[in-house]
Ligand binder design. Structure first.
Ligand SMILES: [Zn+2]
Length: 259
């Protein structure tokens, strides 16, 4: 299997580390690299996948204070090594099938409410395997990469593979790390692959549309609160080929999801 860690990450990373080094080592919560600076904002504008201290760990601006987080963990009886996984949808492959370790709860914020949904591509090397075993390994690789950034866990809440299988990722009791500055109340769903360079499979698209509609109904999220990553932040994610498909879904089946 190709190493999914080799994908690009962010423009800032590329500037900081040099393009070659970034290409070899960095992976963001999704790893699309802007084509040019001029196309996607000014130098220094923070991008998703930037250092963990400002994305995932508690901060003054976006997070509960540490003592409040501790109280939340106590209230929900979350202890180290035990993973909360509320309201697991039917037919979803459990996190326990692939994750070698649980989230680091001391680095996580609670996700007490979901009012929006954001769709991503994984964005590293193109990925077309329909093998579940390959997908399990790929998810664990992404989890490890996100942990190396100091994040609590894999950044997304759910993932979809080219066969259309859906995998539970970060527990939905925990805030994700998938759109910098926009993680609050935001459910993150990633489709494995790089849709700048390949097209999503019909199976993945069908599964994505059905799953997003289910989540819209579950959390009462209207269609105009279903985003792609690039609609919230300057990034290529979820790639032009998936972006087109999400636009079509929102004017089609998703528009009727809450009807
Ligand atoms: Zn993304």
């Amino acid at each position: 299997m190709e190493d999914p860690m080799k994908g690009h990450c962010t423009r800032r990373d590329a500037i900081r580390l040099g393009t070659l080094f970034a290409a070899a080592s960095a992976l963001g919560a999704c790893s699309s690299t802007p084509k040019t600076d001029g196309e996607l904002g000014g130098v220094g504008d923070p991008l998703p996948g930037d250092p963990p201290s400002s994305n995932d760990a508690p901060t003054n601006e976006h997070s509960l204070a540490r003592d409040a987080l501790d109280r939340w963990h106590n209230r929900h009886r979350v202890s180290p090594g035990r993973t909360p996984q509320p309201r697991q949808p039917a037919g979803v492959v459990p996190r326990s099938a692939w994750a070698k370790e649980g989230p680091v709860l001391s680095l996580a914020d609670p996700l007490t409410r979901i009012t929006r949904i954001t769709i991503h591509h994984e964005g590293s090397s193109p990925y077309a395997s329909t093998s579940m075993r390959d997908a399990l390994a790929r998810l664990e690789s992404v989890r490890r990469a996100h942990r190396r950034r100091g994040w609590a866990d894999i950044g997304y809440h759910y993932a979809i593979d080219p066969a259309g299988r859906i995998y539970a990722c970060r527990p939905t009791s925990l805030q994700g790390a998938h759109v910098k500055f926009h993680n609050e109340q935001n459910l993150g769903v990633v489709v494995l692959g790089n849709f700048e360079q390949q097209r999503p499979t019909p199976e993945a698209l069908q599964s994505l549309a059905r799953f997003i509609a289910d989540q819209m109904r579950l959390y009462r999220v209207p269609v105009d609160r279903v985003y792609t990553h690039r609609e919230l932040r300057p990034t290529l994610c979820p790639g032009r080929n998936l972006q087109q498909q999400v636009i079509a879904m929102r004017s089609g089946s998703l528009r009727r999801a809450l009807a």
